[in-house]
Design a protein around this ligand. Structure first.
Ligand code: ATP
Ligand code: MG
Length: 798
């Protein structure tokens, strides 16, 4: 038995092995990033199912025969049931059944990975292990017994939109001011209460003592909301866990059932659990008390969702007999990456100190790269990725991380133009977002009112009282008259069928015509603002005034960055239709097949627990990362720093941090100082390219976006060449068309053979002139056919 276990656990270091084999009693595995916590958690499940409990006694029974020992020594990786039974008999241990183990992870992705890794080693029996997220485990529990707390077993789950609609109705019913009680913020307050396991009554009681009028109102909404959900036999996301805790607390029989069932409870990323999840974990593990929690206080990044680091820090008080195992060896990253990350996190005051080491060797130092603007930054990242691929890396080895989803725009742009396959995790690709499509649809209709498809998209968005029935009538008429929808709408008063709606339809036609007239006179960026304003699209979002709508408004503003970028790139063709062509082309480039081998782009939050050989963290600037609201709030700053630690420790071999001296985001340009986190990295562990002079100002300046007069006077400590705003514009233009600016533009024709730094040799299939650029289609010998923009790709072609 010793032999079996030893061989199986060979890969683990002694502390990891101890953690994997200490199966009984409460265990806290507290360790830094990349030290193998998740690996140990998986190994523990495997150990339990293979060797059973108490595996830490590495004894082979005295009665074992020579032959038995031989059998154990030659124990196969994927034993048959028979072989397993024999091993268990020999080892005389009590082996739990798969369904007696529950392993909870934070994301569906992590749960899936856990299952996969177990299945690879254990075969089909891995399916019976409860490897899931908190939510999916709770849904399973509720499906069995929720009728005991007054719901039907076939309950429905409301998503956030559903929940908001319910709140909206209640606010109306209670005659409350809809502006003061926005569904999103009311829902957030309710959600927060649920995180703390506060019922409506608890909440109301607390409000009474706090004597807060608005909160007491919210308490009433909360009570009504829960009642409504109950009547509808529905649960929102928070209820899923909330009601499970209630069920377990109220129904001793149910509690006993699960406490008997789950002999082993394991929780990964425990530092990000909130109070409710903590209660649930304690209840589930309350029978056997075989609870293993795994986490890292330095990686707690969900404070804003009620996560409570205390859960992990007070584990030893909760379970005085708990064993605590710490791991200090990092297996993921090189020493340089680790030193850099350690140095950054050391600036947090509120932490249990620990330092990681590795024997992976020094590796490359961390690269810090300061670029001029976000376009340069994206080009740098893209160029660097291509260079890496040229040296044998694969796209899938690479992740690009950012603080906020909107930052992906400039990067996606550069990726597309260079034919780099990528996927955006957990957010949508910028141009797939509904609000971006909506606004583009407006622009398309203004450019061409006969665009029926786009017109349908926007005619009642924002609501103008033009419903589907009306539009169906319009469509029938258009069909019979052989006209476009717009033409029917323009003449709505002529059709008796449209009588009742004609006023609204004509008003819409007037809106479109009026905007078209203004479009003929205004410059594109100004026109864009007018469109956003006069269509009422942005106002409708503003009126919603919730987080989600604010995000949408930001994306609408961000689209203006594309317009400005387009103008700079191609001032001659600065028309609306020119821009729309460019965008159409941009979406056409999307057809680059994003197979398995693609770059991963995501926010740092979604990168938790993952690792990549090469990692880029972009936007390392004050005001972005750490964000503006962290500037005067120590706790928030520490959370941002933990986030930075998470980001840096995703990298195995190569870590690159980038910032831009000025950034256009949401259609506004601002000059940002480099992130303080960059300054916290020891010089020995990094190489800073293009580091700004220390003079580089202390103030954050925000400029108008389409004209910048800042120059040397702007507190900007401007580079010597910066004399006026013009320089900025031309500099930008140069980066966007580097192929024609810095290097001579290639002349390519169909049939030409080319060589690309990353994609290798290929033949040009077609060259399609587009604005001031050209779309190439190249059949690469190794990489298949790709579409590239000549100007961007020119740097990598010969
Ligand atoms: P995080 O804090 O980011 O969630 P973690 O502590 O969960 O990290 P893992 O993801 O389990 O760390 O492991 C990090 C990497 O180290 C993985 O690639 C894993 O395969 C490897 N690893 C873990 N333990 C060992 C070991 N003993 N020998 C070699 N490699 C190991
Ligand atoms: Mg992990």
């Amino acid at each position: 038995r010793k032999a079996v276990i030893a061989r199986d656990l060979q890969r683990l270091n002694p502390m990891q092995r101890k953690a994997a084999m200490t199966t009984e009693g409460p265990l806290l595995l507290l360790a830094g990033a990349g030290s193998g916590k998740t690996t140990v958690l998986i190994q523990r499940v495997y150990t339990l199912l293979t060797y059973g409990r108490g595996s830490d006694s590495e004894e082979v029974p005295e009665w074992a025969e020579e032959e038995d020992i031989h059998f154990l020594e030659a124990f196969p990786d994927r034993p048959t049931d028979l072989e397993l039974d024999r091993a268990h008999r020999l080892c005389a241990v009590d082996v739990p059944r798969p369904w007696e183990i529950i392993a909870i992870t934070f994301t569906n992705k992590a749960a899936g990975e856990l299952k996969e890794r177990l299945a690879a080693r254990l075969g089909p029996m891995a399916n019976d292990v409860w490897a899931s997220t908190f939510h999916s485990a709770c849904v399973r529990i509720l499906r069995r017994d929720i009728d005991r707390i007054g719901f039907d077993k076939d309950f429905t789950i409301y998503d956030t939109d559903d929940a908001k609609r319910v709140i909206k109705d209640i606010v109306k019913e209670q005659n409350l001011d809809e502006k003061a009680f926005q569904p999103k913020s009311v829902l957030a307050a309710i959600s927060h209460a649920k995180d703390q396991y506060e019922t409506p009554e608890d909440f109301a009681r607390r409000c009474e003592t706090e004597n807060d009028w608005k909160k007491s109102r919210i308490a009433k909404i909360y009570a009504a909301y829960q009642k409504k959900l109950m009547t509808a036999n529905a649960l929102d996301f928070d209820d899923i866990i909330f009601h499970t805790v209630t069920l377990l607390q109220r129904e001793p029989e149910v509690l006993r059932y699960y406490q008997n069932k789950f002999r082993y409870v394991l929780v990964d990323e425990y530092q990000d659990t909130n109070h409710l999840q903590y209660l649930l974990t304690s209840l589930l593990a309350g029978g056997y008390r075989n609870l293993c929690v795994v986490g890292d206080d330095d990686q707690s990044i969900y404070r804003f969702r009620g996560a409570n680091i205390e859960n992990i820090l007070s584990f030893e008080q909760q379970y005085p007999d708990a064993r605590v195992i710490r791991l200090e060896q990092n297996y993921r990253s090189t020493q340089n990456i680790l030193d850099a990350a350690n140095a950054v996190i050391q600036n947090n005051v509120g932490r249990k100190g620990k330092t990681l080491w590795t024997d992976n060797g020094g590796g490359e130092v961390v690269t810090v790269k300061t670029s001029f603007n976000e376009g340069d930054e994206a080009n740098f990242v893209v160029g660097d990725i291509l260079m890496g691929v040229n040296r044998g890396r694969r796209f899938r080895d690479t992740a690009v991380l950012y603080r906020m989803n909107a930052q992906s725009n400039a990067l996606e742009y550069a990726m597309k133009r260079n034919g780099i396959p990528y996927r955006v995790v957990g957010g949508m690709k910028f141009f797939d977002r509904a609000e971006v499509k909506d606004v583009l649809a407006y622009l398309c209709v203004l450019n061409n009112p006969l665009d029926d498809l786009r017109l349908r998209r926007i005619i009642n968005n924002p609501a103008r009282g033009i419903g589907a029935t009306t539009m169906d009538k319009v469509a029938v008429l258009a069909e019979s008259q052989g006209a476009s929808l717009y033409e029917i709408i323009r003449n709505a008063d002529l059709f008796p069928d449209l009588k009742s709606a004609s006023v609204k339809l004509l008003k819409f036609a007037d809106l479109i015509d009026g905007l078209r007239r203004q479009g003929a006179e205004l410059a594109l960026p100004e026109f864009y603002d007018v469109v956003c304003d006069q269509t009422g699209y942005v106002r409708a979002l503003e009126e919603k005034n919730d987080m989600e709508s604010r995000g949408r408004i930001e994306n609408v503003q961000e689209l203006k960055s594309n317009i400005l970028g387009f103008l700079e790139q191609d001032p001659e063709d600065a028309t609306l239709s020119g821009f729309l062509n460019e965008i159409a082309l941009y979406t056409d480039l999307d057809s680059v097949e994003a197979g398995d081998d693609c770059v991963t782009m995501m926010t740092i939050h979604s990168a938790k627990g993952l690792e990549f050989p090469t990692v880029y963290v972009v936007g390392m600037e004050e005001g972005i990362f750490p964000g503006a609201s962290a500037q005067y709030d120590q706790e928030e700053l520490e959370e941002e720093r933990r986030l930075c630690y998470v980001a840096m420790t995703r990298a195995k071999e190569k870590l690159t941090l980038t910032n831009a001296r000025q950034r256009m985001l949401y259609g506004r340009t601002s000059a940002n100082r480099p992130s303080r986190f960059l300054e916290e990295i020891p010089e020995d562990n990094m190489r800073w390219e293009g580091k700004p002079e220390p003079r580089f100002g202390g103030m954050e300046a925000t400029f108008g976006g389409d004209r910048w007069e800042g120059g040397a006077s702007g507190g900007y400590g401007a580079p010597s060449t910066a004399r006026s705003g013009v320089w900025v514009r031309s500099q930008r233009a140069q980066t966007l068309s580097r192929g024609s600016g810095a290097a001579p533009m290639l002349q390519l024709n169909q049939g030409d053979m080319v060589e690309h730094t990353a994609f290798g040799k290929g033949m040009v299939l077609s060259v399609r002139p587009m604005g001031g650029d050209a779309l190439l289609e190249v059949a690469f010998d190794q990489m298949g056919t790709k579409k590239l923009m000549l100007k961007s790709a020119g740097n990598h072609l010969k």
